[in-house]
Design a protein. Structure first.
Length: 167
């Protein structure tokens, strides 16, 4: 993850099997991925394309086509040191696998912080790429997700090879 830039934020939209996504960033890194229900650009953002946004679009399209299992993008999520630790640990969850909030808290070094880990997970500004959808309840049930539980289920089904992708 790179550090945030003071450059203007540029955004683009892509169509995916889970709805339209907004991808935003600057000339150096991706800073946001937003789901259809929350994909309006922030004030001051400019529609356009940068190399990181083009790469993110291509890699997300390959992910949804089951041709990519991991992302290799310059990222610049903004958050607290704790949030960044959680997001960094999210990137270590393998494709097609899930982890409980409690286990994620243990992995970030604070076993009693599963609620704080859940809040950090929910604040992830770059979902899918930083795979917060792979975190589930201790009983394996799907819990809160910014894109909605239906989208979370579809992402997990895609990774398990169970989601039919229209051509």
């Amino acid at each position: 993850m790179t550090s945030p830039s003071s450059k203007p934020v540029t955004y683009t939209h892509i169509a995916t099997p889970i709805g339209r996504l907004l991808i935003a960033g600057d000339e150096h890194a991706v800073r946001h991925v937003r789901f259809e229900r929350h994909n309006s650009p922030a004030p001051g953002w400019v529609r356009g394309e940068t190399l990181p946004l083009r790469e993110a679009s291509e890699q997300l399209e390959a992910y949804f086509a089951r041709r990519r299992r991991a992302f290799d993008l310059p990222l610049a999520p903004e958050g607290t040191a704790f949030q960044k630790r959680v997001w960094s640990e999210l990137e270590r969850i393998p494709f097609g696998e899930t982890l409980s909030y409690g286990e994620l808290a243990r992995r970030v070094g604070d076993p009693g912080a599963s609620r704080a880990v859940g809040a950090a997970n929910g604040a992830n500004p770059i979902p899918i790429v930083i795979p917060c959808h792979r975190v589930v309840g201790s009983d394996g049930r799907l819990t809160g997700f910014g894109g909605g539980l239906d989208v979370k289920a579809r992402l997990l089904e895609l990774e398990a090879g169970q989601l039919t992708i229209p051509h």
